[in-house]
Design a protein around this ligand. Structure first.
Ligand code: FAD
Length: 355
């Protein structure tokens, strides 16, 4: 079966990966370069704990897939996604909250006193009241992971065409038969729209997808300087990578299609991150960037067959969780597209018809 995948972000690459493994003939069309947008901007924290159910169930199922796929990426492509399965998440609070213990027990998490928190992460601000310790939240370098997936799929026979902007879907009698990209026409049995924040511009009825900008500041520390992912109030996180970089994030903004980092955004991130871990102020700033998270009306992903156009599939709206949900999205969608086997995981939890 011939399948066209539109978009070379982490979702398009993961969908193409599972389609190719199942024997489909896949062409992926990317307007810029793979990993150029949200997927290359992500913090790469695979954290199911901040996700609401039922999507959290998908995230938990997805987590099991990362070890083998990251190993395959490294072995086949030479690109190391810096996958770190053992790192934990510690969430700090400056205020006491007496009710927390009961909630934590139900979740199976651990409340740490200031002393216990400092014993685990000595660089924490001693003015914190307490912290919460989570089980491991694996981390990786999202850009390398996406670029690695893009290279891995070419080795599986996927034709990856970058600098190829799809201008419109070709529709005959309510059936999508291909796409037009400049002066090139591509025909296929099935088309999957994985264009992230731009899904609404190509596919009718997916217009509720809108971009939610997130900004990131990167600092360089010695490797292993920070041993855990630190979350702090104000939607703030410090995500260490195996090479010593720490990604500081983030913001959630309605800024249209503007991927800039703003002075206000950067100042806010740096102030909140430095408050949580004051010693980061000594390290060099390495980079900064912004990315556009594809956000649906209810913040849940939009995955499945288009309700009116035959042979068209949608996989977008992953919002803050596209990296962690990438593999489960591809694994569940591929048999649905190729053999008409609807995903029991996605459907069992919530029927997400395209809005
Ligand atoms: C700052 C930030 C931090 C984040 N941190 C995390 C995290 O820690 N963990 C996590 O799980 N998620 C995280 N996310 C969310 C995650 O990055 C996104 O959910 C995910 O990358 C979305 O992937 P995508 O492939 O749908 O979109 P994108 O990566 O945006 O890919 C869509 C692609 O489609 C292409 N395209 C668009 N229109 C066309 C067209 N007409 N023709 C051809 N190609 C087209 C674009 O060029 C783009 O490359 C973060 C996001 C941001 C911005």
């Amino acid at each position: 079966m011939d399948v066209l995948v539109l978009g070379g972000g982490v979702i398009g690459c993961a969908v193409a990966y599972y389609l190719a493994q199942a024997g489909a003939t896949v062409t992926l069309l990317e307007r810029d370069t793979c990993a150029r947008h949200a997927s290359g901007a992500a913090a790469g924290i695979l954290d199911p704990f901040h996700i609401e159910r039922p999507v959290r169930n998908w995230a938990e199922a997805s987590l099991n897939l990362f070890g083998p796929v990251c190993a395959q990426i490294k072995e086949v492509t030479g690109i190391d996604p810096l996958y770190d399965p053992n790192i934990r998440k510690i969430s700090v609070s400056y205020e006491s909250s007496p009710k927390l213990s009961h909630e934590l027990l139900e979740e199976g998490l651990e409340k740490l006193s200031l002393q216990e928190a400092l014993a685990l992460v000595p660089q924490l601000n001693p003015d914190i009241d307490h912290a919460v310790l989570y089980p491991p939240v694996p981390c990786l370098d999202a850009k390398r992971y996406t670029q690695g997936l893009a290279k891995l799929i070419t080795s599986l026979g996927v034709q990856v065409l970058e600098n190829t902007q799809v201008d419109q879907l070709l529709i005959q009698q309510e059936r999508v038969v291909g796409v037009q990209a400049g002066d090139q026409t591509f025909y296929a049995d099935q088309v999957v729209d994985c264009t992230g924040s731009w899904a609404g511009t190509l596919t009718p009825l997916a217009t509720s997808i809108r971009p939610a900008r997130g900004q990131i500041i990167v600092i360089q520390t010695p490797p292993s300087w920070l041993s855990q992912v630190v979350y702090a109030p104000g939607d703030t996180y410090l995500g260490p990578k195996l090479d010593g970089r720490i990604l500081l994030g983030s913001t959630v903004e309605d800024a249209g299609y503007d991927e800039s980092v703003t002075v206000e955004g950067a100042l806010g991130i740096l102030a909140r991150a430095t408050k949580a871990v004051p010693a980061i102020s000594q390290f060099p700033l390495l980079a900064y960037w912004g990315g556009l998270r594809p956000r649906s009306r209810d913040d849940f992903p939009v995955i499945g067959p288009h309700p009116t156009l035959k042979n068209l599939w949608i996989a977008t709206g992953h919002f803050r969780n596209g990296v962690i949900l990438s593999l489960i999205t591809g694994q569940e969608l591929a048999p649905w597209i190729l053999q008409n086997i609807p995903s029991s995981l996605l459907l069992k939890d919530t029927v997400r018809s395209v809005p």
